[in-house]
Ligand binder design. Structure first.
Ligand code: NAP
Length: 284
């Protein structure tokens, strides 16, 4: 049995589905009871309700499992404390393997949520247990947040220049790679960057949207200050708001790209292109 934390989220549900497709039993840790039924429907064999910030929740969730796939809540100010607690629980239960869902380029101090993941990676190296680390780039699925606007207005708005290149990766590919490293002992102990096959600019993304949707979509950079007002109005604040603005600024200066070679090796097939991903979204 494999414990998946953050299981009701985008990443967690995708990993649960990928494990179920391979017949690997998984227990999902969710925060709220109403998240249990959908997760069981997605293929989890068991669910456990708990808050990763509360002492005892992770210890309880680790009881009776062989390995853990740890997904910390997105943009969490508690990433390091939760990581330390997870490691302690895994040590206590003598788990055979910890796999950590990190992020591409955790070494970047300018992005605090990346830097926190690097500190967790560092703790894992000294935990005395077999550890594997996955470092996914930004998901293609993030486009869901602006999908309505793309369809309604034909505009793809981003809070950084339209020339910014990002190696967007399909979360379904990431989840299949996760299932592979959880089940193939030869891959244990590695750190794997998971990038999509193309370092696309945002103008490229809009061009692919235009081609695939059969209507013109143009990319437009919005001022981060304008983005900030919208985010604050939507209730985003504190650590999350600060982290997102720093991430956009880093993207503006550097982009967020890497090599897609390794993901294709793990999948044993070419990784999904952005065009294939959009085609999958369009109802047939
Ligand atoms: N999005 C990307 O492009 C991307 C790329 C690379 C890596 N990542 C990493 O992937 C991870 C997951 O991201 P995601 O987009 O899948 O997140 P998500 O969809 O927001 O899911 C997070 C899940 O964690 C749960 N949760 C929140 N606080 C919790 C707590 N205290 N105790 C237990 N559960 C809690 C949430 O439950 P509620 O529904 O109750 O809030 C939700 O089900 C993050 O660490 C992120 O940095 C993301």
């Amino acid at each position: 049995m494999i414990l998946v934390t953050g299981a009701a989220g985008k990443s967690g549900t995708a990993v649960i589905r990928a494990l179920a497709a391979q017949g690997v039993p998984a227990r999902g840790l969710v925060r709220r009871p109403e998240q249990e039924a959908p997760l069981l429907a997605a293929g989890a064999v068991e669910t456990e309700v708990g808050d990763m910030r509360h002492p005892g929740s992770l210890a309880q969730a680790c009881r009776g499992v062989d390995a853990v796939y740890h997904i910390c809540p997105n943009m969490s100010p508690d990433e390091q404390e939760i990581g330390a607690r997870l490691i302690a629980a895994a040590q206590e239960q003598r788990l055979s393997h910890i796999v950590y869902h990190s992020v591409l380029h955790p070494q970047v101090e300018a992005m605090p949520h990346h830097w926190a993941k690097m500190r967790v990676e560092e703790m894992l190296f000294t935990a005395g247990l077999p550890v594997t680390i996955l470092q996914p780039a930004a998901y293609m699925q993030n486009i869901a947040g602006v999908w309505g606007q793309i369809l309604d207005e034909g505009i793809y708005r981003v809070p950084y220049p339209v020339e910014t290149r990002i190696s967007l990766v399909d979360l379904e590919d990431v989840a299949q790679a996760a299932a592979r490293v959880l089940t193939d002992p030869d891959l244990r102990g590695g750190t794997y960057e998971l990038c999509g096959p193309q370092p696309l600019s945002q103008a490229d993304v809009a061009a692919i949207l235009s081609k695939t949707l059969g209507r013109r979509v143009r990319a437009e950079a919005i001022d981060p200050l304008e983005w900030r007002q919208g985010a604050e109005a939507a209730g985003i604040g504190g650590y999350q708001l600060d982290g997102l603005l720093k991430m956009f600024d880093y993207y503006r200066q550097v982009g967020f790209t890497g090599s897609g070679w390794l993901l294709a090796q793990l999948l044993g097939r070419p990784a999904t292109t952005f065009e294939q991903f959009i085609q999958r979204l369009i109802p047939t």
